[in-house]
Design a protein around this ligand. Structure first.
Ligand SMILES: C[S@@+](CC[C@H](N)C(=O)[O-])C[C@H]1O[C@@H](n2cnc3c(N)ncnc32)[C@H](O)[C@@H]1O
Length: 210
């Protein structure tokens, strides 16, 4: 489901900061080589993540779900030289693809990719972190949120992608629909954060730690 008209979406892209050419190449190769290229977060979410990083002065970012590296690279680009993105990816094919783009970009050295199940890696990570982006398997969203909130500094933000799941959270049928509906209820009821569900692309749940 497209929440907004495609022409309006393109108009927004055309009136948002233009991207470095590496993102067009990454987009093109993702669509040529990957089975579900639509997983790539895309220009508006990418630019939103960059704005959040610049606005908050974030230096240490954790991402769950690298895929081909689009959102990792967008966030790394916005970080200062001593900033760091730790990105977690299960699939070796995705990890290798993403790493090849990190290696050829001018700011990829700010990214550390850890391959394997994200929950295992999260259990070994030490805080504090400034910002987290959750964009992986939906059934584990609440577990990722809880692990990351523990490590997040006060004033830090967790951003959870696909909070609307093409609208299916209104009438959950599949396991992933229910997982995302449960995540929205969980974050919304959480007194440790200020939250907002932003209807950008497929929905971003924003949680700012008090
Ligand atoms: C929606 S994609 C991420 C998109 C990426 N953030 C972007 O904007 O291009 C989700 C990714 O999470 C990965 N994934 C799924 N389950 C995982 C797990 N348990 N641990 C780590 N990564 C996982 C998938 O292999 C996939 O690459």
């Amino acid at each position: 489901m497209n929440f907004i008209d495609e022409a309006i979406d393109q108009y927004c892209v055309n009136h948002s900061e233009p991207e470095h050419p590496i993102f067009a190449e990454l987009h093109e190769r993702t669509y040529a080589e990957m089975e579900i290229p639509q997983m790539l977060a895309g220009n508006l979410v990418g630019n939103f993540l960059q704005l959040m990083i610049r606005l908050s002065g974030a230096k240490r970012v954790v991402e769950v779900g690298t895929f081909t590296g689009y959102s990792s690279l967008k966030m790394a680009q916005a970080l200062p030289d001593d900033g760091e993105v730790i990105t977690l990816e299960y699939e070796s094919k995705h990890a290798a693809f993403a790493q090849s783009f990190f290696d050829q970009s001018d700011w990829g050295q700010k990214i550390t990719l850890q391959q394997g199940a994200a929950l295992d890696h999260l259990s070994h990570l030490q805080g504090p972190i400034d910002l987290a982006f959750i964009d992986a398997d939906k059934v584990n969203y609440i577990a990722y949120y809880e692990a990351l909130l523990e490590m997040l500094r006060p004033g830090g933000m967790i951003i959870l992608d696909n909070a609307l799941w093409s609208g299916s959270v209104l009438d959950p049928k599949e396991e992933s629909d229910q997982a995302l509906a449960d995540m929205n209820d969980h974050v919304h009821a959480d007194k440790r954060v200020h939250n907002m569900l932003l209807p950008l692309r497929d929905g971003l749940m924003l949680a700012l730690k008090k």
